[in-house]
Ligand binder design. Structure first.
Ligand code: NAP
Length: 305
C-alpha cells in the first residue's frame, strides 16, 4: 500500500500536484485551513485542473489539520509566509519517519519549518512549473516546467520519487538544491522588484539595463560571500537571457501586487539583504530597491513583510 500524500494548501501548486497524483491512482488527501473551508470544498466535490482548455475534476478527499491520522508524507504547498503556521497546525501528526516536501519559493522558510518539525526529514523543492487559480478549487496549468528536489542534510534520494514519475510530474533529485534555490532567488531579486517599481513586464527592464547590471553585480558578490560560487556564475548574462526570453510575461511579484496579494518579499529580496548584513557585505543598491519596494507596497496598503 502506497503512503498517502497529504497536500497542505489547495492553492495553485497544491492543486496541480494533488490532481496529478490522484489521476495516477495514488492516495492523496487535502489538508484545509478549517472546517468552513472543508465544508465549502465538500460542497464542490473535488479539485478541478484545467489543462490545454480541458477541465477535469478530481474528487481528492479533504480534511482539516485536526484529523487524527498520522502524516507520513506532507507536501507543503502554501506561500513562504504561511509555512511555519501551516506546519505547526499539523505538528502533532508528524513523527520521526515523516517527510516534508517544501514547495516554497525563496529562502528562509525552509529553515524555519525545519525548526518547527525537528524530527521530520525536510526536502526542499524548486519548481519552474506555472499554475494559477481561476476560481475556488480550480487551477489552470499555465506553464510546463521542471521541479528539482533535494535535502541538504541527506543526499540520498527518497524512494517515492517513483510516485512523481508515475504521476507525470517532471522532476530530478538534486545534490545541490541550495545552489538552485540561491540561483533562483538571485534571478528573482534582479528582475521581480524592478518590474513592480517600473510597472512593466519583464521585457520592460531592457530599458533599465544599468540598474539590472548593478543589482547583478551585488548579487554575484553576495552569493560568493554566502559560499554559493556556482549560483553566482554568469548571473548577469542569465538575467539578461531570462528578461529577453520572458519579455511579454509579468513577474510573479508584479502579479501579486496587481492582484493586491501579499508578496513573498521577505523570502526573496529581504532574505538577500539580511544575508548581506550577516556577512557584513555592503549591497547599497539591493537595499535601496528593497526600501523603495517596501514604500511602494505600503503606499498601496499592502503588507510589506
Ligand atoms: P497559492 O495559490 O496562494 O496557494 C497557497 C494555498 O495555501 C492557499 O490555498 C492557502 O489557503 C493555503 N494555506 C495557507 N495556509 C494554510 C493553512 N494553515 N492551512 C491550510 N491551507 C493553507 O500559492 P501558490 O501559487 O500555489 O504558491 C505556493 C508556493 O509555491 C509559493 O511559495 C510560490 O512562490 C511557489 N511557486 C508557485 C508557482 C505557481 O505557478 N503558482 C510556481 C513556482 C513556485 P487560502 O486560499 O485559504 O489562503
Amino acid at each position: 500500500m502506497s503512503t498517502t500524500w497529504h497536500v497542505l494548501g489547495a492553492g495553485s501548486l497544491g492543486t496541480l500536484w494533488a490532481a496529478r497524483l490522484a489521476r495516477a491512482g495514488l492516495p492523496v488527501r487535502l489538508v484545509l485551513r478549517n472546517e468552513e473551508r472543508l465544508q465549502a470544498y465538500r460542497a464542490v466535490g473535488g479539485l478541478t485542473l484545467v489543462e490545454q482548455g480541458q477541465a477535469q475534476c478530481y474528487p481528492v478527499p479533504g480534511e482539516t489539520a485536526h484529523s487524527p491520522e498520522p502524516i507520513k508524507r506532507l507536501l507543503l504547498a502554501c506561500k513562504a509566509y504561511d509555512a511555519v503556521a501551516a506546519v505547526s497546525s499539523v505538528a502533532h501528526r508528524l513523527s520521526a519517519d515523516s517527510e516534508l516536501i517544501l514547495l516554497q519559493n525563496g529562502l528562509g522558510s525552509q529553515d524555519a519549518v525545519a525548526q518547527c518539525a525537528p524530527l521530520a526529514r525536510c526536502i526542499s523543492a524548486s519548481s519552474t512549473e506555472g499554475a494559477f487559480r481561476d476560481g475556488d478549487w480550480r487551477v489552470v496549468f499555465a506553464g510546463h516546467g521542471f521541479t528539482w528536489l533535494g535535502d541538504p542534510a541527506h543526499p540520498v534520494a527518497p524512494f517515492w520519487l517513483d510516485d512523481l514519475a508515475i504521476a507525470g510530474i517532471p522532476h530530478e533529485w538534486s545534490a545541490d538544491i541550495l545552489t538552485r534555490l540561491w540561483r533562483k532567488l538571485a534571478l528573482n531579486c534582479a528582475i521581480n522588484p524592478l518590474t513592480v517599481l517600473h510597472h512593466c513586464n519583464n521585457g520592460g527592464l531592457q530599458a533599465h539595463r544599468c540598474e539590472v547590471a548593478t543589482l547583478c553585480a551585488e548579487l554575484t558578490d553576495l552569493l560568493e560571500r554566502c559560499g554559493q560560487p556556482s549560483a553566482a556564475e554568469d548571473l548577469q548574462p542569465e538575467v539578461e537571457r531570462v528578461i529577453q526570453a520572458t519579455a511579454v510575461n509579468y513577474s510573479s511579484m508584479y502579479q501579486d501586487v496587481s492582484h493586491r496579494r501579499r508578496t513573498e518579499i521577505s523570502y526573496l529580496l529581504g532574505h538577500a539583504c539580511k544575508a548581506a548584513r550577516r556577512h557584513e557585505l555592503a549591497v547599497p543598491h539591493l537595499e535601496q530597491v528593497r526600501q523603495r519596494l517596501i514604500a511602494h507596497l505600503e503606499n498601496l496598503g499592502l503588507p510589506s513583510d
